[in-house]
Design a protein around this ligand. Structure first.
Ligand code: BMA
Length: 861
């Protein structure tokens, strides 16, 4: 029997390998990225260009402008976006390439009004940075040298023409037209280009031009697989029912077969004979995988990816193939009526997931210079601080594929906005058609990514316009009734027709949400701070001058934005300042603080909770401590509100230049105090306390899928470590929710609250699961003594650590090595007396022991 089986396997292998089609390498692809030059159309400037790139970075590289981010250089560089620029290069075509039936140039991204000429013939007039353009050059191209020339019209001049044609402007609060020397002429809305290029309340104004994504030359015969979409129709642990929806683009009729393979096992999953006709052919091939490995978000399980290969085989030759990596999962947004309103919760493979994360903006004003390492860093920062979701916000870009690949691989779910934010838009048919094509291009490009959890129409426009009422941000007051009607109609067309239709037509089961925030799907369902359905942007803290304690009151079903600013640390500040600028109110510091109320707010809140230091460096430190303190209260309040609230995404994880902003990591991806606070607040299981009506309430919050039965240990300590009281209570922390474990009005038994800290520990079978500290009074009212520290660096198993201890409670202990890159796995932490802490140090340099600085709250005057 065994012998027979072996023979059979052998025979099958033989048959399989005999019938294996050979790869005919039909498609030739090459990137056109060398020998580029730029030229100022009405001026003298010209030189070598980098593609992908921008005019600003080309001018910088050639020394024709200074570093745009340094001091107030931005001001002097506003002329660049008023100019037309021409980019050109030559590329060679071989006899083989020229003899192919199909020859195209594939522009992955042109920023933005770009007239494309090949051998002096105009082939394309692009007008949307977010679209991909393919141009047929078959008739124009020749063997040997060919010329490619791209004329970029000034986006500002184009915008001004469009504004004039329109006759009236549109609201665009963040468009810094004044800084762009355009007075109140806000032209950003007329151009399909990243909104933040025109400035934002955390970003400078650099309206770029250039080839911001690569250009490819592609040549092939007869047919190519243009696109493969792995449709996930029914996914369970038992079975994944899938369809490979394949688009074949053919220049002639042909007979062949399409094959779908699993790359890892080499196993053929499906095959279909096909009769291809000239043009686009859409072919669906159903297949299934029994007991698939599912894709899970970070914290819940492995983010397993399958790689599916598709092959178009004609005459036993593979003439075209594709490779798609995707994760198999069922991901839904559950909106169900309940006693309090309507839920808003992501459900992954049947598990309701509390979303922990942040909003994400582009990593640079000059997009093409963002490196793969930087993308890796942001996603790693998210994972390492226990996040499972990022929101790609609508004033930036539909990110590069590599960003989503990293999110797929690391289990970071993506809330994906379409690129519309805080503005109203023109509604001419050609503008709407452009938007529709932009949506199709990006939905088709991104739909195989398992990380995409939701598509959202826009950022805050529903709230700002406040459809049908006079509320919102007061935008309507400047318009006649007819204009209001027109603007509203355009809003409905884009966000309630065009975009949801594209999501519906081009994806299977993807969820679309018209605007963030909204209380419901309908256009009239505006979100307010009292909403008990939909998502919420809670800006009472910061804009509304609410106290941090108010995070407890405004408990959203899904908190998709809230935030508080801080300055970057001193070393980052030094990258854009001179010593004479070291004052929060100096011209240079003010140029790197784009929120009009920014410094005022920071200082006001600082005076409520901490002290305002007199020294510049200390103020930077204190600003970060303040942000971490307040935002941690927010994160914990949202998690305590589980399962009513099922998500918290703070504003914002990153920066696009060095600036004071709401970010938790700065432009150089350095962790601010808040990122460390996030890591703690987003741990799988936490203890969290707050005072309500004079009573301390302690909660156990868990993202685990199993209940935990353990003990809650509560120690009331004096700052020198004296133990005043200890309680050990049995505690059941229920799975995937928040459980109140303890409440008491007389915990302090007459002691002075300003001299005490509560050490809370959750233990299970004597193992410490999690711990947290709680102080009974505001930080500024604590009677902290001056601690002395002992520290040493040790090496263990090839890793470096700092061991540190203190003789008194020390708050917000900040370890820093000026001018060096050490990363401390924990920082801005509190130390209890005589509790040795061991913290891993990466990028360790032995020199650091002599240079290390230790800062803490008590030493700041
Ligand atoms: C949010 C965002 C951004 C802005 C931030 C801070 O509403 O959507 O528009 O940068 O507030 O004001």
């Amino acid at each position: 029997m065994i012998r027979h089986l072996t023979q059979l396997v052998l025979l099958m292998t033989l048959f399989y390998s005999c019938s294996q089609p050979s790869d005919s390498h039909n498609l030739v692809t090459k990137e056109i990225n060398t020998n580029w030059n730029y030229r100022q159309v009405d001026g003298e400037l010209s030189g070598k260009a980098t593609v992908p790139g921008t005019i600003h970075t080309d001018l910088l590289k050639e020394g024709k402008i200074e570093d745009p981010f340094y001091r107030t250089n931005e001001k002097e560089q506003q002329w660049i976006d008023k100019e037309d620029w021409e980019y050109s290069c030559t590329f060679n075509l071989s006899d083989e390439e020229i003899s192919k039936e199909n020859l195209i140039l594939d522009f992955k991204g042109l920023d933005t009004y770009a007239d494309v000429y090949v051998n002096d013939q105009l082939l394309l007039q692009a007008d949307n940075m977010f679209r991909e353009w393919e141009v047929d050059i078959r008739e124009i191209a020749k063997t040997g040298e060919n010329q490619l020339r791209i004329y970029f019209h000034s986006p500002i001049q184009k915008g001004l023409e469009l504004l004039e044609k329109q006759g009236y402007g549109f609201p665009a609060n963040n468009d810094q037209s004044e800084n762009g020397e355009l007075g109140d002429k806000k032209v950003s809305v007329f151009t399909r280009k990243a909104g933040y290029h025109y400035g934002w309340d955390w970003g400078p104004r650099f309206v770029t031009s250039g080839l911001w994504r690569p250009v490819y030359l592609k040549a092939w015969d007869s047919a190519r697989i243009k696109d493969t979409y792995i449709q996930q129709n029914n996914i369970s642990e038992a079975k994944a029912e899938l369809i490979a929806a394949i688009t074949v683009d053919a220049s002639a009729t042909l007979s062949g077969k399409l094959i779908v393979l699993d790359k890892e096992s080499g196993k053929q999953l499906a095959q279909k004979s096909v009769e291809i006709t000239s043009g686009n052919n859409n072919i669906e091939i159903p297949f299934s995988i029994v007991q698939p490995k599912l894709w899970w978000s970070s914290g819940l399980g492995e983010a397993h990816l399958y790689t599916f290969q598709t092959q178009l085989v004609v005459d036993n030759k593979i003439i075209s193939n594709t490779e798609i990596s995707t994760g198999l999962r069922e991901l839904k947004v559950i909106r169900e009526k309940d006693a309090e309103g309507e839920s808003f919760v992501f459900q992954l493979n049947g598990v309701k997931v509390f979303a922990k994360g942040a909003n994400y903006i582009p990593n640079d004003n000059f997009l093409p210079r963002v490196t793969h390492e930087q993308y890796e860093k942001v996603v790693a920062d998210a994972v390492n601080s226990n996040m499972n979701m990022l929101r790609v916000w609508g004033g930036g870009i539909y990110e590069n594929n590599e960003f989503y690949d990293l999110c797929d691989k690391n289990g970071i779910m993506i809330w994906q906005d379409f690129m519309f934010a805080c503005s109203m838009y023109p509604g001419q048919p050609e503008f709407l058609a452009n938007i529709k094509q932009e949506a199709i291009d990006n939905v088709v490009r991104l739909r195989n990514h398992p990380s995409i959890a939701l598509w959202c129409g826009n950022n805050e426009i529903n709230t700002a316009w406040s459809y049908g009422t006079n509320g919102g941000w007061g935008w309507k007051q400047q318009y006649t009734d007819d204009q209001v009607e027109t603007l509203q109609q355009t809003y409905v067309s884009i966000f309630h027709e065009i975009l949801p239709n594209v999501v519906q037509d081009y994806t299977v089961n993807d969820f679309y949400w018209p605007s963030s925030p909204q209380a419901g799907y309908d256009v009239e369902q505006h979100a307010g701070y009292e909403s008990t359905s939909g998502d919420m942007h809670y800006w009472g803290v910061w804009h509304g001058l609410h106290r941090f304690e108010d995070f407890e009151k405004y408990r959203a079903r899904f908190m998709s934005e809230y935030g508080f600013q801080s300055f970057p640390d001193f070393e980052t500040v030094q990258t854009y300042t001179l010593p004479e600028d070291y004052d929060i109110e100096s011209e240079v510091m003010a140029a790197h603080q784009r929120s009009g109320i920014g410094n005022l707010r920071i200082r006001e809140y600082m005076s409520w909770y901490f002290n305002i230091p007199s020294n510049f460096e200390d103020e930077l430190y204190m600003g970060q401590v303040l942000q971490a303190y307040g935002m941690r209260m927010g994160m914990e309040a949202h998690r305590r509100a589980m399962p009513f609230c099922m998500g918290t995404l703070f504003w914002q994880i990153n920066d696009c230049w060095p600036v004071a902003s709401w970010s938790s990591t700065d432009y150089y991806h350095k962790w601010k105090a808040m990122q460390y606070a996030t890591k703690r607040a987003y741990e799988k299981t936490i203890l969290s306390a707050y005072i309500n009506d004079g009573a301390i309430n302690i909660y156990g919050i868990s993202d685990e899928l199993k209940d935990l039965n353990g003990e809650l240990k509560l120690q009331v300590l004096k700052f020198d470590g004296t133990l005043l009281d200890e309680k050990i209570i049995t505690a059941s922390v229920l799975k995937n929710t928040s459980t109140k474990l303890f409440e008491s009005k007389d915990m302090l038994a007459g002691w002075d609250a300003s001299e005490l800290v509560l050490n809370m520990q959750l233990l299970s079978a004597d193992t410490l699961i999690t711990e947290n500290l709680f102080y009974f009074v505001l930080p500024k009212d604590l009677k902290l003594a001056s601690p002395s520290f002992k520290h040493q660096f040790i090496e263990k198993d090839g890793k470096n650590y700092i061991e540190i201890e203190s003789d008194q409670v020390a708050r917000y202990v900040y370890l820093n090595v000026p001018g060096q890159n050490e990363f401390f796995a924990d920082n801005y932490f509190d130390l209890l007396p005589n509790q040795k802490r061991s913290i891993e140090v990466t990028d360790f340099d032995p020199q650091i022991s002599s240079n290390i600085e230790i800062k803490h709250l008590q030493m700041i005057k």
